[in-house]
Design a protein around this ligand. Structure first.
Ligand code: PBG
Ligand code: ZN
Length: 326
């Protein structure tokens, strides 16, 4: 077969024709915006390596989430930074914990104007800085499950719509589903960090959230980036445990895994474009080496093209701004 008269450039002729032909349309509706709230903080505080992102005092959370909702972003992901850490991570599930307070303030003031998601993990709350509880010199899987379920229940009680376990403990989805159901929260969804890789791209976050491990690393629970089949087993396991949305994390260097998940499973997929991805773009943009807005849209569109239904990203506000003005 030959197509002597075919010219692909016909459909690239004008801006409007190109618009009509767009296959992937990025929208603010694709985005989930992270929010950091720190206990005891008096005023907003910037991190070292995430320009444009700030830790918020409780009193500023509602204004910030209002601004996010005004940009037509449908969801926030709340991360807490407690003033108290201990070996059981108790401030992660305290009724008057910083995340619980932030969630209930948002709910009280915004109703259902925005979906409230909350990170379920222990690393900001444990003295070890690990995502699970420590026994001896090991991260103990099964005793951590109980605590993770308690965290999820406390967030549901505060008014979260969806909880997002990021600890990479085996059985975390099952334990949290069971805990939520037993507590009467059968309609609270779970978005698990299913394939969360051990990545150097998390460094800016650890600085921002004060969550760096105090000994060792996270290699005994987070996935090695060398193992795509193992990543698919994690996704499969979470689905079998009743997860509602799976997540691939990081995003930009893991597009193959997003697309693999898209091909294999009929489950909503989120991708987490992590702090390091954000920092790379910001740093180059601040040097004037790349166009920040253009690169932001290119990267987020690529993540969607790979098969993600939604993207957790620190670019959310800026990307929504650009898209709303288009
Ligand atoms: C902790 C957590 C991390 C991130 C989200 N939740 C850090 C880690 O696992 O070391 C990283 C997010 C990012 O880098 O943006 N459970
Ligand atoms: Zn963690």
């Amino acid at each position: 077969m030959s197509f002597p008269n075919l010219r692909l450039r016909r459909l690239r002729k004008t801006g409007k024709i190109r618009e009509l032909l767009e296959e992937i349309r990025l929208s603010p509706k694709d985005l989930i915006c992270p929010v950091f709230v720190q206990e005891g903080l008096k005023s907003k505080s910037a991190g070292q390596s995430m320009p444009g992102m700030e830790r918020l005092p409780l009193k500023d959370v509602v204004d910030e989430v209002n601004a996010i909702a005004d940009l037509k972003i449908p969801a926030v992901m709340v991360f807490g930074i407690p003033s108290h850490k201990d070996d059981q991570g108790t401030s992660a599930f305290a009724q008057d914990g910083i995340v619980q307070k932030a969630i209930s303030e948002i709910r009280k003031n915004l109703g259902n104007e925005i979906a409230i998601m909350a990170d379920v993990c222990l690393c900001q709350y444990t003295s070890s800085g690990h995502c699970g509880l420590v026994k001896g010199n090991k991260i103990d899987n099964d005793s951590s499950l109980d605590t993770l379920a308690k965290v999820a229940i406390s967030q549901a009680q505060a008014g979260a719509d969806l909880v997002s376990p990021s600890a990479m403990m085996d059985g975390q989805v099952k334990a949290i589903r069971q805990g939520l159901d037993d507590a009467g929260f059968t309609d609270i969804a779970i978005m698990s960090h299913s394939a969360k890789h051990r990545s150097s791209l998390y460094s800016p976050f650890k600085d921002m959230a004060h969550s760096a491990p105090q000994f060792g690393d996270r290699k005994s629970y987070q996935l090695p980036y060398t193992n795509p089949k193992e990543a698919m087993r994690e996704v499969e396991t979470d689905i079998s445990e009743g997860v509602d949305i799976v997540m691939i994390k990081p995003a930009l260097a893991y597009l193959d895994l997003i697309s693999m998940t898209r091909e294999r499973f009929n489950v909503p997929i989120s991708a987490y474009s992590v702090s390091g991805e954000y920092a790379l773009v910001k740093a180059a943009a601040m040097q004037g080496w790349i166009d920040e807005n253009e690169v932001t849209l290119e990267i987020l569109t690529a993540i969607k093209r790979a098969g993600a239904d939604m993207i957790v990203t620190y670019f959310s506000k800026n990307a929504a701004k650009i898209l709303n003005e288009k």
